[in-house]
Design a protein around this ligand. Structure first.
Ligand code: COA
Length: 255
């Protein structure tokens, strides 16, 4: 990671704005970027000055998910791998977490939204969970959280067919809280909600979040552990290796 692939701003009201900044690669996430995201959440946990976190992306993308070349170069191998350390930090984060989806969101770019308290997306944003297309399986607890949130038939469609869907559909299904207009307006909306949250009593907000998640906390932890084992196994399957190489060589062929 270059230092600039993750940008952080602390606003006056105590919101940490974390911007994934690798626009030339559609903000695809490398191991170093997962480590930076984990560090940001840990800092936010420890700092009393930070009362909420907003995550967004740069350019026309939220994030295109795991960097596919990095999947081949640095595949995750267990719970200490940067991606799984990030998922643990995300799942355990106790302060309000808001996403401003400023454009395309793929893979973990969608599954991380399932751990946010509020999600706003810009009109026209496209989302996709193409794990099966790459010979992989769901992660981040999505095999549990997605059907709970939008119902089994829709979750099966999104996770088993891996087809893209719009932010408008996501809103209709209850996957996100609202549409914010263009990317800038969406970020403004997310920051305004964060400002409202930081103006409320912090202990009450955090306990409310903990209570909302109480019954699923252990199930999500277990699901992520099971998913991770399958994911790591599949990552080394001939189908996944071929699909990942195909994406990378297509890029090289064009570039
Ligand atoms: N990993 C590595 N590189 C990626 C990437 C990813 N996840 N997503 C995009 N990029 C790269 C592209 O290869 C391209 O590189 P190039 O300029 O050297 O050709 C560049 O970022 C721009 O992407 P491009 O595909 O030209 O943009 P687009 O607007 O046509 O499509 C996406 C955007 C996100 C729909 C498309 O890039 C895509 O499907 N990416 C893969 C997403 C994915 O499968 N993620 C993993 C999920 S587990």
């Amino acid at each position: 990671m270059t230092k600039t692939s993750m940008q952080e701003i602390l606003t006056e009201d105590g919101t940490l704005l974390v911007r994934i900044h690798r626009p030339d690669r559609k903000n695809a996430l490398t191991v170093a970027m997962y480590a930076a995201l984990t560090a940001a959440l840990e800092r936010a946990t420890q700092s009393p000055a930070i009362r909420a976190v907003v995550v967004t992306g740069s350019g026309d993308s939220f994030t295109s998910g795991n960097d596919i070349a990095d999947f081949l170069a640095n595949p995750p191998s267990g719970e200490e791998s940067p991606v799984f350390r990030f998922l643990a930090a995300l799942r355990q984060f106790e302060k309000p977490l808001i996403a401003a989806v400023n454009g395309v969101a793929v893979g973990i770019g969608v599954t991380l939204l399932l751990h946010c308290d509020l999600v706003y997306a810009c009109a026209g944003a496209t989302l996709q969970l193409p794990f099966v297309n790459l010979g992989l399986c769901p992660e981040a607890g999505s095999s549990l959280l997605l059907p709970r949130l939008i119902g089994y038939p829709r979750a099966a469609e999104l996770l088993m067919l891996g087809e893209p869907f719009s932010a408008e559909q996501a809103l209709e299904w209850g996957l996100i809280n609202g549409l914010g207009g263009d990317a800038e307006m969406t970020l403004e909306l997310a920051l305004a909600k964060a400002r409202r949250l930081t103006g409320l009593p912090a202990a009450a907000v955090q306990r409310t979040k903990a209570l909302l998640k109480r019954t699923e906390t252990e199930a999500v932890r277990q699901t992520i552990a099971v998913e991770s084992r399958h994911f790591i196994e599949l990552l080394h399957s001939p189908e996944a290796v071929a699909a990942l190489h195909a994406f990378v060589s297509r890029r090289r062929a064009i570039g």
